[in-house]
Design a binder for this molecule. Structure first.
Ligand code: PRX
Length: 681
């Protein structure tokens, strides 16, 4: 393809029907669609109207003729020291057996199946089995506990729950079954059956008449063949709960056809992948990244996928790289937190393994700070592709898209200026246009290994700290929160999406169309656009930057500040490993910014050292952002309170700072960290 990312994007919006008709060819349709888009009831959108397809067919059956004996799924657990590999044919067998189990329990098209499982292959089999028979899965992250689970059980009203005796993280076993039992007790809705994978990690007593053993059922259904249920494109494929500003989680509902097309095309255009390759996403099946890029995306794209149960630092900080080498991984997808964890390890670990198969590392889910991006980019000598999206969108909103326009080869590419040293932008050509972008990239086999050269700035014309550009199909704008108008480059506003949302994005909130419209399409004054609730800015060269959540905005003496900006500034101090800035009620200024800082070298030795360092960091912020952004207080802590998925629990920090009850802490990784905040105050 000989088109720039920008031209491709323009075409996706201006010539929408033709564009998506083209993309829909990546997917197998049992019945062709009659219309590309029905948006007669905005902001709702129905994609590929009348077309019939199936996610499981596209992920599994479709590839059997060419790839039956090739690896489709590899499961590696450093928690229980096991590894299992499944070819596409074996995956087909397992999924059929799982589908037969569900059918036996009376699960029909449109019924819900709640999956509350650790990172084990049976979880993937069950997700695909649901897709196969037209059941709607709702995967609940294994780290959630009874109350969250009960809420989700009540909202989704599943006929069957699939679970396991236990999960394990960092060597600690968590029994799931008692949590599930408690959740079902708490819930008003009672599932008819619970299928349990017994890993023999935590003994449990099955409840007679309700609990069934996965292995026993599987043995009975081994060799079963369950026909694919062809679904109309807009029928729901799954519901995935995500939290917002209210306490009640929203069930993000996804369709079938649009999702299949979006993922299949993203495997090509965003990940530059080909069938037969290997994709390794370190997320969890309980999150959207896991749905899209552990399970469906790679499999639909004809790739092998790695399912990893473990942390990035056990048995040591080279485990991810060891797996890249062992499986000849082409694409790695992880989160900035994982990289920050690795950053605390010995840098040699990055070089212990042969990473020549690896093309690029994709990072998403939270802001990727510049020092972390630079560290991993320089350490690996690979492009680091920061991509920005949400549970709601299902696939990236912003990303570089090397499958459309190859990143300039690192060998011949003169590294662009880094953010700090950026040339004045007036009149200069967008960075995206530089460095051989118009030539078609080398094909798979000819791609030169990119290691070896001395990297200076981010490779491939990307900018540290920026998830690059809008992805095709997303009519992304920076809008003024107060006027709803589009804002010019350089100005900070709300990242909004002009409907229709593209294929693959949420179709509605499960069971609550009204809430879908109210939540997402009414917060921008005078304009029915989708709000991401993120602040953003586009620079003069067209690079996008995400500046934190609008719902975490702080206001200091009338100045609206993004905590993310302050954090970046603090993080640029050489001694800082990580930090969180929150807005805390202040009598005089309305709010004051308080920073909690984790130091690379551990806590300061004494009060004097702490004070000196505090002054130092204050100066850095003052210099970079101005006095208005300078935190009122800086406190040093050993770790930040985070969810198990790595998000800092800001609201809990704020609550503790303000002497209030921190509320629901079921997602917290380590409750001790919140205690430390209290002590630090
Ligand atoms: O605030 C943005 C942040 O994570 C939010 C979405 O989180 P979730 O629904 O869990 O979906 C994650 C899908 C990758 C966004 O509203 N976020 C996500 N990616 C980035 C990001 N913030 C900055 N940079 C990113 N690349």
């Amino acid at each position: 393809m000989n088109e720039t990312v920008q031209a491709f994007h323009r075409r996706s919006l201006q010539d929408r029907d033709a564009f998506w008709r083209e993309q829909a060819r990546w997917v197998d349709w049992q019945t062709p669609f009659e219309r590309v888009l029905d948006d007669s009831r905005p902001p709702f959108a129905r994609w590929f109207v009348g077309g019939r397809t199936n996610l499981c067919h596209n992920a599994v059956d479709r590839w059997l003729p060419e790839r039956a004996d090739q690896l489709a799924l590899a499961w590696i657990s450093t928690e229980v020291d096991q590894e299992r590999r499944y070819t596409r044919a074996e995956l087909f067998d397992e999924v059929n057996a799982a589908a037969a189990m569900l059918r036996e329990q009376g699960v029909q098209r449109g019924d819900r199946v709640l999956v509350y499982m650790p990172m084990i292959p049976e979880a993937v089999f069950m997700m695909l089995a649901c897709a196969r028979i037209g059941a709607i899965h709702s995967v609940v992250f294994g780290g959630f506990a009874s109350v969250n689970l009960a809420q989700r059980i009540d909202d989704a009203a599943p006929r069957v729950v699939v679970s396991a005796d236990a999960g394990s993280r960092a060597g600690r076993v968590t029994a799931y079954k008692p949590l599930l039992d408690r959740a079902i007790e708490l819930a008003r809705h009672k599932p008819a059956a619970v299928i349990v994978v017994d890993r023999k990690l935590a003994a449990y007593t099955p409840l007679a008449g309700r609990d069934l053993d996965y292995a026993a059922l599987r043995a009975r259904h081994e060799g079963a063949r369950v026909p694919v249920q062809w679904l109309e494109s807009s029928e729901p494929s799954y519901v995935l709960y995500t939290s917002g500003t209210t306490g009640k989680p929203k069930g993000v509902q996804r369709d079938v056809g649009g999702y299949a097309v979006a993922l299949a095309s993203s495997m090509r255009h965003i990940f530059d992948g080909r069938p037969g390759e290997t994709f390794f996403c370190t997320s969890d099946i309980g999150w959207v990244v896991g749905h899209s890029y552990i399970v469906y995306g790679p499999l639909i794209g004809g790739q092998a996928t790695l399912l990893y149960e473990g942390t990035p630092v056990r048995p040591d900080g080279a485990i991810l790289w060891q797996l890249v080498e062992r499986y000849r991984v082409n694409t790695l997808f992880s989160a900035p937190t994982a990289v920050r964890v690795l950053k605390k390890q010995a840098p040699e670990l990055l070089h212990r393994h042969d990473l020549s198969s690896l093309r690029a590392v994709y990072l998403a889910g939270e802001p990727l700070d510049e020092p972390t991006a630079r560290w991993i980019s320089e350490g690996l000598g690979k492009p680091i592709i920061d991509n920005y999206w949400q549970t709601e969108t299902g696939w990236p909103i912003l990303s570089a898209q090397p499958g459309i326009q190859p990143l300039p080869d690192t060998g011949s590419f003169a590294a662009g200026p880094s953010q700090g040293e950026r040339a004045p932008s007036g009149g200069s050509k967008p960075q995206a246009q530089r460095g051989g972008f118009s030539t078609a990239g080398p094909s798979q086999g000819e791609r030169a290994p990119s290691g070896g050269s001395k990297p200076q700035a981010q490779r491939g014309g990307l900018r540290f700290g920026s998830p690059s550009w809008p992805v095709y199909g997303f009519d992304a704008r920076i809008v003024s929160e107060t006027t709803g108008q589009d804002l010019p480059p350089g100005e900070k506003g709300v990242v909004a999406l002009v409907p229709p949302l593209p294929p693959g994005a949420m179709s509605t909130i499960w069971g609550d169309d009204e809430r879908f419209v109210q939540t997402y399409f009414t917060s921008i004054r005078g304009r029915q656009v989708y709000s991401t609730f993120d602040w953003g800015r586009v620079d003069e060269d067209g690079y996008w930057f995400i500046l934190g959540r609008t719902d975490d905005v702080i206001n200091v003496a009338g100045h609206r500040l993004g905590t993310r900006e302050i954090e970046e500034s603090i993080s640029s101090h050489a001694g800082v490993a990580e930090c969180a800035v929150v807005g805390v009620a202040d009598e005089v200024k309305g709010q004051a910014a308080v920073a909690f800082v984790v130091l690379k070298g551990g806590a300061p030795q004494d009060a004097a050292a702490a004070q000196a360092l505090e002054g130092d960091i204050m100066r850095v912020v003052q210099e970079q952002l101005g006095a208005v952004a300078r935190p009122a207080r800086i406190r040093f802590v050993a770790a930040l309170p985070k969810t198990r998925s790595g998000k800092v629990l800001r609201r809990a920090i704020v609550a503790v700072c303000e002497g209030r009850d921190p509320g629901d802490l079921t997602t917290i990784e380590d409750p001790q960290t919140l205690e430390q905040i209290k002590e630090a105050l």
